[in-house]
Write a protein that binds this ligand. Structure first.
Ligand SMILES: NC(=O)c1ccc[n+]([C@@H]2O[C@H](COP(=O)([O-])OP(=O)(O)OC[C@H]3O[C@@H](n4cnc5c(N)ncnc54)[C@H](O)[C@@H]3O)[C@@H](O)[C@H]2O)c1
Length: 356
């Protein structure tokens, strides 16, 4: 069996999740790790029996590497991805694709020109209930979508922001609660409810010091099909709560909490009606539907969805097809977030989303 040889660069918080995921994939092999901190590169190489590099460009000279996983600060993704593409490597960057549209577009172009696969992590697209919701919405089960809500009610400590020079900076984090944490659920709401064309927003930094960016963000959304929506991004919601997606349609509604169905009702579930609202039968949503507020923290992140997405990228390379999350698809949540920031800088004035 042909195995895709993977190299992971950036061995901080998320790099090890890629390593663990690669180890679980039959047709992938962890070939190399790279970090400018030699002790990190040596530790993960020794633990996993692979090559260690401290210099990215030296690593790229190794012809055996097929796929480079870029787990570096967000504002470095495009620059490093372009270098990998020019060396003929397939590229998987962590989210967000980068922190400016100009950088994202350069990366997308470079990968097309080099004829390599580009993907960007958006692991929750691979969570089973979200994938099911997407399939059902696309099949028309909810009718016309009228509302999309995305609420990331998280908390990040001051120590978290102090733990890396790049955290909470415009240059390398690209923003705060929205760009770093809520980017997942900005992507999910537009994945499920359709493209966002216009936003109106306010942002503030209220619970943290020594950061340049927002820890609370709110926006109204207008979707391409005319639906309206709400966006909340928070790293100041002490001590952190569930993430929530609300998708309402003319024939049904779905509420997803922590990536699992919380409510899923369609007209097929109607058993009676009164003047105001239909009466619906209660659906069994499975034993693992969230029952109480769980609070989201990085420690709670499992690698299952990462493994599913990395498997898709490996298969895309082997089969010569596009991955599920292309560079173009990863650009969409970035464009929404940048429009939110522009609106907030201008007192909440409506801003059109640059859809490329
Ligand atoms: N998908 C997710 O759920 C998820 C979760 C956490 C982080 N992320 C993303 O992953 C990326 C990294 O975040 P993190 O929290 O792991 O950061 P981090 O600061 O913990 O780790 C970054 C690592 O990169 C290394 N590094 C920096 N410059 C380098 C260079 N020139 N060459 C080689 N190594 C270098 C650092 O030494 C460090 O080990 C960010 O874009 C973030 O948004 C995604």
């Amino acid at each position: 069996m042909k195995k895709i040889r993977c190299a992971v660069v950036g061995l901080g918080a998320i790099g090890p999740t890629h390593i663990k995921s690669i180890q679980e994939i039959e047709n992938a092999e962890l070939y190399a790790v790279c970090d400018i901190v030699p002790e990190k590169a040596e530790k993960y190489a020794a633990e996993n029996g692979c090559k260690a590099f401290t210099d990215f460009d030296t690593m790229l000279q190794d012809p055996a590497i097929d796929l480079v996983h870029i787990c570096l600060p967000s504002g470095m993704h495009a620059d490093f991805g372009i270098r990998a593409a020019k060396a003929g490597k397939n590229v998987l960057v962590e989210k967000p694709i980068d922190v400016t549209l100009e950088a994202a577009d350069r990366l997308i172009r470079a990968c097309h020109e080099a004829g390599v696969v580009l993907s960007c992590i958006s692991q929750h697209r691979f969570d089973p209930d979200i994938a099911q919701a997407k399939a059902d919405i696309d099949a028309g089960k909810l009718g016309r979508i009228v509302f999309g809500g995305s609420h990331t009610k998280w908390y990040r400590s001051q120590e978290y922001y102090d733990s890396g020079d790049w955290r909470g900076t415009w240059e390398l984090d690209g923003g705060g609660a929205l760009m770093n944490q809520s980017v997942h659920y900005v992507d999910m709401v537009q994945f499920l409810a359709g493209p966002v064309v216009e936003v109106s927003a306010q942002t503030a930094c209220l619970a943290h010091e020594r950061i340049e960016v927002e820890d609370v963000a709110v926006a109204t959304l207008k979707f391409e099909n005319g639906a309206l929506g709400l966006l909340e991004g928070n790293t100041a919601a002490f001590p952190g709560f569930v993430t929530r997606l609300d998708i309402y349609g003319t024939d049904g509604s779905i509420i997803i909490e922590d990536n699992k169905f919380k409510e899923y009702v369609t007209r097929d579930d109607v058993v009676g009606s009164n003047f105001y609202t239909p009466e619906v039968k209660k659906k069994e949503l499975g034993a693992d539907a969230p029952k109480e507020k769980t609070g989201a923290s990085s420690a709670a992140i499992t690698n299952n969805a990462h493994a599913s997405q990395i498997q898709d990228v490996v298969n895309a390379i082997l089969e010569g097809r596009e991955p599920a999350v292309t560079g173009e698809k990863a650009r969409a949540p970035l464009a929404i977030i940048l429009a939110v920031y522009e609106s907030a800088r201008n007192g909440g004035k409506p801003v059109k989303v640059n859809q490329g």
